[in-house]
Ligand binder design. Structure first.
Ligand code: URA
Length: 259
């Protein structure tokens, strides 16, 4: 087959969200179906009618998340409790639990949306292309997620700790059940300032969407000043918007300098 056709077919699969492989070799599902059809049919013996299983007890995932998050006495404890939270379906499809990167105790805490493929693979937030751009943006105002000096360090997390399949948008129910964890995360990390990148983090922490309107306007959430900013993935697609983000970075720098 023409390699360009193969590349186009692979791109198409990736666009559909099939950007991971789960086996070492291809499986011919048509041949399997054919074999199943050809196999002799064994008549099933009728089973005696079983008792219907008891109704499972109704759980309120948001209430349970609130209860668990409130118990966390440290960041490690929160990570343990959150990673064990069983009601978020995203957990089943993710490779890794993505909790944080950077330095806890930094003056600035960044709250992103959800891990992508690279973050899911490495178990750390913002390590793919968008994360590399975020690092360059922070460096432009002298910040660095790994800086030994706490004045320059940054702490990073996401609203969702598990990757949504095919990088789809988080669902409101997923955001609602992770919100208590992210709020406790902020309390325990205790930054001076928050930066909310993208629509979903504004939705989770401000209850508002419309990042192009919200960006650059300081507000308050979780008891701290918070600056909504455009998501670096948006900037990769819309480089002309970097001008706005530069203004927002300067505003962040001013706040850090106490102006
Ligand atoms: N986008 C996010 O919001 N967070 C990540 O960790 C990666 C991409």
């Amino acid at each position: 087959m023409d390699p360009r056709v193969i590349a186009a077919l692979l791109d198409w699969q990736a666009e559909l969200g099939a950007d991971e492989w789960i086996g070492d070799g291809p499986v011919d599902r048509f041949a399997l179906a054919e074999a199943a059809r050809a196999a002799p049919v064994v008549a099933a013996r009728p089973r005696p009618a079983a008792e219907p299983p008891p109704e499972p007890a109704k759980v309120d995932p948001v209430a349970e998340a609130r209860q668990l998050a409130a118990q966390a006495s440290s960041l490690d404890h929160l990570a343990e409790l959150q990673s064990g939270f069983a009601h978020c379906e995203l957990k089943k499809g993710a490779r890794n639990f993505v909790f944080c990167d950077g330095r806890a105790g930094a003056r600035v805490m960044i709250v992103g949306e959800a891990p992508g493929a690279d973050e899911d693979r490495q178990g750390k937030p913002f390590v793919g292309r968008a994360g590399q751009l975020l690092d360059r943006m922070l460096a432009a105002i002298g910040l660095d997620r790994h800086a030994p000096d706490m004045e320059r360090a940054v702490y990073i997390t996401n609203v969702l700790p598990w990757r949504p399949p095919g990088n789809r948008d988080p669902e409101p129910a997923e955001i609602a059940m992770m919100q208590p964890f992210v709020r406790r995360h902020i309390e325990l990390a205790a930054p001076d300032l928050l930066v909310l990148v993208g629509n979903h983090s504004c939705q989770a922490l401000l209850g508002q969407r419309g990042i192009t309107k919200l960006r650059g306007r300081w507000t308050e959430t979780a008891g701290r000043p918070a600056l909504p900013m455009l998501h670096p993935a948006y900037l990769l697609r819309n480089p002309y918007a970097k001008r706005d983000s530069w203004a927002d970075l300067l505003s962040l720098q001013d706040r850090l300098r106490g102006r």
